[in-house]
Design a protein around this ligand. Structure first.
Ligand code: B12
Ligand code: SF4
Ligand code: SF4
Length: 317
């Protein structure tokens, strides 16, 4: 393997940068990482055409920062490498039942990945004086799935998910931008073959089949990101009929590549029993904050959660 010039003297450690990185990542609870060289993002055309088509619906933050996504060096000028981490979460055993998506039932993955990536950077900095970094999990204008492909972590499935060859589609991603060159990994080609399970699983026809989706029809978008206080009747029917209280696991859970060994799934992601619709509708703000502390549900807020649950009760009447 070609040894890249790191520009750093590795102090008191005889390991090569790549081995140091992988060992340290494993130690902080990130057993699956990949490396890509910082540079222009590939397939920015897909993202820009998608925005242009209106399928991003009300995701205005994506539009506002679209230019930054073209190159991670616009986000963090010293960036020379991206270390992308994939963590598996439990596959929803009954995605058609709705309720809370699996990621909402355990600890907020943003917090967990941020903690672990931060710990990784601090550990590397011991042997790489002068190391600088930025942690990105979800909210930064970074095409995380595209970079995960570049870092050799998997391929883009027909539902748009990064599919990891050992974990499947039920993974979350986090990225460390580093001011150091590291040997890059090689991308994998798609292993979807003739499979179309994810496309068939979508109850609202949101998936185009080329890895993109239409947020205006997607239950995940409507239940988590759609900001209106009340749904239009068509959206209330979409969300209500599927009891989509928070997110949707259908097109992810059916992927035949989902086969992460149970020990690879962080204990923090194990699901707690979800409250009933009646209990949710009775919550006040302080009850909501206490019940959902440390989960992604907190970000969406009580008003939207109640709106989603109400859509379910209306569609049952
Ligand atoms: C906006 C957003 C959403 C929106 C829109 C999703 C979408 N499919 O576009 C909504 C709210 C619907 C959503 C839903 C979900 N999301 Co979301 N979301 C995002 C976010 C913030 C941006 C995604 C985006 O830009 N979409 C626009 C499309 C056009 O871009 P893209 O998906 O990145 O696709 C790029 C690649 O496919 C690339 N590409 C395509 N082919 C190829 C080939 C090669 C060789 C290369 C290099 C690149 C490449 O080009 C595209 C454009 O850049 C990312 C975090 C981030 N910063 O990236 C999380 C993210 C994609 N979401 C995630 C998750 C977990 C979910 C849900 C499962 C949550 C849930 N249970 O409800 C669902 C899954 C729905 C689905 N089928 O995608 C994870 C996905 C992990 C994974 N395995 O891929 C991410 C990465 C967050 C994270 N840090 O883990 N999400
Ligand atoms: S369900 Fe099938 S088509 Fe969809 S991502 Fe998984 S392997 Fe690919
Ligand atoms: S998250 Fe649900 S609604 Fe959205 S594309 Fe996947 S299956 Fe369809």
């Amino acid at each position: 393997m070609k040894q890249a010039h790191t520009g750093f003297f590795l102090q008191s450690n005889s390991l090569q940068p790549s081995a140091l990185l992988r060992n340290s990542a494993r130690d902080v609870g990130l057993p699956s990482i990949g490396v890509a060289a910082a540079g222009p993002a590939e397939r920015a055309d897909i993202f820009e055409a998608w925005l242009e088509s209106g399928r991003a619906a009300g995701l205005d933050y994506l539009r506002r920062h679209a230019a930054l996504r073209r190159d991670p060096r616009a986000l963090f000028p010293p960036a020379r490498s991206l270390v992308v981490a994939a963590l598996p979460y439990p596959v929803n055993p009954d995605p058609g039942a709705g309720g809370f998506a699996m990621l909402a039932r355990g600890r907020d993955y943003h917090l967990l990945l941020r903690d672990r990536l931060g710990a990784l950077a601090r550990r590397l900095a011991v042997d790489m004086p002068g190391l600088r970094w930025r942690v990105c999990v979800d909210s930064a204008p970074l095409a995380e799935r595209g970079w995960a492909v570049r870092a050799g972590l998997g391929w883009i499935g027909r539902q748009g998910q990064l599919v990891h060859p050992e974990y499947g589609a039920a993974v979350v991603l986090g990225t460390l931008l580093l001011n150091v060159e590291l040997p890059a990994d090689t991308s994998l080609v798609s292993r979807c073959g003739d499979c179309r399970r994810c496309l068939d699983a979508c109850p609202t026809g949101a998936l185009a089949g080329d890895g993109t989706l239409d947020c205006r029809r997607c239950l995940s978008y409507l239940s988590i990101e759609h900001k209106a206080a009340d749904f239009e009747p068509a959206d209330a029917a979409r969300v209500g009929a599927r009891q989509a209280w928070f997110g949707c696991d259908r097109c992810t859970a059916v992927c035949p590549w989902n086969r992460a060994p149970p020990e690879a799934i962080p204990a923090e992601f194990l699901p707690s029993p979800p409250p009933s619709a009646a209990a949710l509708l009775e919550l006040d703000e302080s009850g909501f904050a206490a019940r959902f502390a440390g989960t992604t549900v907190l970000r969406t807020g009580l008003a939207r959660l109640r709106r989603n649950v109400r859509a379910g009760s209306i569609s049952k009447e």
